[in-house]
Design a protein around this ligand. Structure first.
Ligand code: HEC
Length: 207
């Protein structure tokens, strides 16, 4: 009886296997099977879109974290206070740092349906692209620079050193501008340097 049962079970298994084999008789083409090692990272959006939707909003997480307002009571500085405030700074810094890696992947400069310079003084996307292709090391050095400045902010977050966010923000701003001046609006270099070197003085009115 037990022999019969086991034979019966085997028969059922064979039938099941037969059905499975029939169902699997048209396997997907081999090309669709991609091992993780072979999978390539394909860029989806342009540099312009990364800037507008990832890098620029991330930088605000650091830039907007501190403030200095001139009031009747003098200059009032504001710093991150709660854990949520600090998490926002951290989000911004690490999104910038890791987001820069996306610029190491060759990708189009602007979307296909918006492939023109938007403002006077800006190079058209085709020229930006040619510059990147001609100076890959310079391009990479700007990416490195912003990544290093953003990583410093992560240390500031860990140590909760709010007053250091002013200098860190300026260093990040300078890193953004340095890349833009080399690759996006090189004609503005002189004006930007004049502005950066200018000093503002304030003479309080005589009593
Ligand atoms: C490695 C180079 C590089 C760095 C670093 C960089 N950018 Fe850009 N960015 C570009 C290029 C190239 C463009 C021009 C793309 C185009 O034609 O619109 C651009 C464009 C922009 C734009 C305009 C997007 C638009 O809609 O026209 C903004 C805003 C911007 N960047 C913000 C930033 C900020 C903020 C930082 C620093 C936190 C930064 N970028 C750092 C290369 C860089």
């Amino acid at each position: 009886m037990s022999a019969y049962r086991s034979a019966g079970t085997r028969a059922v298994l064979l039938v099941t296997a037969g059905i499975l084999l029939t169902q699997c008789s048209t396997p997907p083409p081999a090309a669709e099977v991609v091992s993780p090692a072979e999978a390539a990272i394909a860029p989806l959006v342009s540099i312009r879109e990364l800037m507008t939707y990832i890098i620029d909003p991330a930088s605000d997480g650091v830039f907007d974290a501190v403030g200095a307002d001139v009031t009747d009571a003098g200059v009032v500085e504001t710093f991150p206070e709660t854990d949520d405030d600090w998490a926002e700074v951290q989000r911004g810094a690490l999104t910038m740092a890791e987001g820069m890696n996306l610029l190491r992947l060759p990708r189009r400069v602007a979307p296909a349906d918006d492939n023109v310079a938007k403002n006077p003084g800006e190079l058209p996307p085709a020229e930006v692209e040619a510059k990147i292709a001609a100076s890959p090391e310079l391009w990479a050095s700007h990416i490195d620079r912003l990544q290093q400045e953003a990583m410093k902010v992560l240390d500031i977050v860990k140590a909760r050193q709010g007053d250091q966010l002013f200098d860190a923000g300026s260093a990040i701003d300078a890193a953004c501008e340095a890349c833009h001046l080399d690759f996006w609006y090189p004609g503005d270099r002189e004006a930007v340097e004049r502005f950066n070197n200018s000093t503002t003085t304030f003479d309080p009115p005589a009593p």
